[in-house]
Design a protein around this ligand. Structure first.
Ligand code: PLP
Length: 288
């Protein structure tokens, strides 16, 4: 397996990396995680990711075993050891190993797992011609703002999308509010305005989402952070999704119905281009 793992203080190959069956991540999904993409060996928007990791851990009263600086050093060391041009850094911290009792154990050392793998480039067609999606019920808990490793509803909805031949499942709550995708934030463009669900407990506040909104505002695009319904989604001029690995990806069909003219839209293309420029600028500054 190509890549590297770091488990509780030691680097090793991915196949050697193991955690105990007593780990609360394995037993209860009692942990948090982050995914950071590196470009030319530089972790993009690392501060924002580590800030979110700290926030997620705090909300679960999960003490991080390393501070921000130590985590940055660890990520840099792991990335350096792999020397991949572009890589995906996965960082997971669980409450640690203890006999299986639901309440927090008294004395427990958190488990820190980090992996670095080569970033698999997304098929170019997804950006050129756009991706497809389905709408699926949002069956997650009420703290989607916490980047917890409990991802079963996301897994099931993504599988549904996959079986339908679609790239993503766009999630809707029972009351008809679109929240986000299983692994992405969802945006629509309608009459030149950009809409996306607001921050709060119903969505994971994406790092890519925040950057995209900043770029859109800088471009003078009106941004409305509010919920919209599946009907509004279907009647949008443009739809796109964002996350760390895919950046800004157009969605041109949902539930087999075309969105707008069925082609990636102007605003989406512009924001995708600006996002790429933002990455280049970040890398150039980080190298100084
Ligand atoms: N929403 C969900 C449910 C996610 O899992 C992700 C990323 O994995 C995102 C949104 C996008 O977050 P980010 O842009 O920080 O990668």
């Amino acid at each position: 397996m190509e890549g590297i793992a770091y488990v509780n203080c030691a680097f090793m190959s991915l196949d050697e990396a193991k955690v105990s069956i007593e780990d609360r991540g394995f037993q209860f999904g009692d942990g948090v995680y982050e995914v950071i993409k590196t470009y030319n060996g530089i972790p993009f928007a690392q501060e924002a990711h580590l800030e979110r990791l700290e926030r997620s851990a705090n909300m679960l009263e999960l003490p991080l075993p390393k501070n921000r600086l130590e985590l940055e050093k660890l990520i840099n060391e792991a990335v350096r050891r792999c020397s991949f041009q572009d890589a995906i850094v996965y960082l997971q911290i669980t409450r640690g190993c203890a006999p299986r009792l639901h309440a927090f154990p008294n004395k427990v050392k958190p488990t820190l797992v980090l992996t670095v793998r080569r970033a698999r480039p997304m098929p170019e067609e997804l950006y050129e011609y756009g991706a497809s999606a389905i709408i699926a019920p949002d069956e997650r808990w009420l703290r989607c703002d916490i980047k917890s490793i409990c991802l079963l509803p996301n897994v099931l909805a993504k599988e549904k999308a996959s079986r339908a031949g679609a790239f993503e499942a766009i999630l809707t709550r029972n009351d008809g509010r679109i929240t986000e995708g299983t692994t992405s934030n969802v945006f629509i463009v309608k009459s030149g305005k950009l809409y996306t669900a607001p921050e709060g407990n119903w969505i994971l506040s994406g790092v890519t989402r925040a950057i995209t909104l900043r770029l859109a505002r800088r471009e003078g695009i009106t941004v409305i952070e509010d919920f919209f319904s599946p009907e509004i989604l279907m009647s949008a001029d443009e739809v796109f999704i964002t996350n760390t690995s895919i950046e800004v990806m157009p969605v041109v069909s949902i539930d087999k119905q075309p969105i707008g003219d069925g082609q990636p839209g102007q605003v989406t293309r512009r924001l995708a281009k600006l996002f790429k420029a933002e990455i280049l600028q970040y890398i150039a500054q980080a190298k100084l």
